[in-house]
Design a protein around this ligand. Structure first.
Ligand code: AKB
Length: 318
């Protein structure tokens, strides 16, 4: 059977890069979709609102979709501005996708969860796989519920759904929005533009992060792993490396010595403070052989080189 992959939320940071990766590396027809009216950068594009069951069903049937990467979501900071919209998009959207996977025999589904599922008391600020989930944002609440929904559909209806708790994903592309970790993307564009950056988190706020290439590698790896290796059907912890605004600005200054950062924490500080600083991802390492390749220094060097060589301000996609 021919592999046909549908990506929802394809205009976003992760969707656009997964699209690039799958188009380049897999023998598959890849269909990009998003709520936006049109997106010329994709070969096959469908405008889809994940809350519109019939329109997703139409796309899945028309293209005979065999796998879905469901990336459409409202992130942590944006979600707090309209909690009902965040809940509906993140949960009703997922439910539509899960039902379609079950009924249309879509063979695999990827669901991104997040470090935002954590909150409250976390010993030494290191989140274990089995951490009790007490999220502090509607995004985190919806992702924690989404993980359980996925687990339920796997056990009840045999939907082969695989999931990762993404740390903050950092890359050169500017198509981010609504996240608490967005500062660590914006900082590069300011450093290379005006040379100044006003950071909305305090200097010492350490958060778990990952370079986008590693995040894409993890996503593809978990989707390709043999079914028997996927022991966790809620969501796997995933770690790259952890850093604070002060630490990343020190790395940037090694390359751009005149760079100036100042700190003006806003409402996102409380969200960041509720998250762990470090992630224990032993299960992902053990079950599907996960390891990350980038550290802070390599990521900073790579992103600065990439931004210098490409006009990201005017493009959604590399
Ligand atoms: C956010 O900041 O909301 C996201 C996330 C950590 O899931 N980047």
């Amino acid at each position: 059977m021919k592999k046909v992959i549908l990506i929802t939320g394809c205009c976003g940071q992760v969707g656009s890069q997964i699209y690039n990766h799958l188009v380049l590396h897999q023998k598959a027809k890849v269909i990009a979709s998003d709520i936006k009216l049109s997106a010329n950068e994709f070969r096959i594009y469908e405008q889809v609102n994940v809350l519109d069951y019939q329109s997703i069903l139409g796309v899945v049937r028309r293209h005979e979709v065999t796998e879905i990467y469901h990336l459409a979501a409202i992130l942590s900071s944006a979600g707090e501005n309209d909690i009902e919209r965040a809940w509906k998009t993140n949960i009703n959207g997922l439910l539509n996708i899960l039902n379609i996977c079950r009924d249309e025999k879509v063979s695999k589904l990827f669901f991104p969860s997040s470090i935002a599922v954590f909150g409250g008391e976390i010993k030494n600020k290191i989140a274990k796989q089995t951490q009790v989930l007490t999220p502090t944002t509607m995004y985190g609440v919806s992702k924690a519920a989404g993980e359980n929904l996925c687990n339920y559909y796997f056990h009840k209806f045999a939907v082969d759904v695989r999931s990762i708790r993404y740390p903050g994903i950092i890359g050169p592309q500017l198509n981010i929005g609504g996240g608490t970790t967005d500062y660590a993307v914006e900082i590069f564009h300011s450093a290379l533009g005006s040379g100044k950056f006003s950071c909305f988190l305090s200097a010492d706020t350490i958060l778990p992060m990952i370079y986008i290439e590693d995040a894409i590698k993890a996503t593809v790896n978990i989707m390709q792993a043999p079914t028997k290796n996927i022991k966790i059907r809620t969501s796997y912890n995933l770690a790259g490396f952890s850093f604070s605004p002060q630490m990343i600005s020190a790395e940037i200054k090694k390359i751009i010595p005149e760079f100036v950062i100042n700190y003006a924490p806003d409402h996102r500080q409380a969200i960041a403070d509720s998250w762990p600083r470090y992630i224990n991802d032993e299960e992902a390492k053990k079950d599907w052989n996960w390891s990350h390749s980038y550290n802070l220094q390599l990521m900073v060097e790579t992103i600065i080189d990439e931004i210098k060589s490409y006009d990201y301000q005017n493009s959604n996609i590399a």
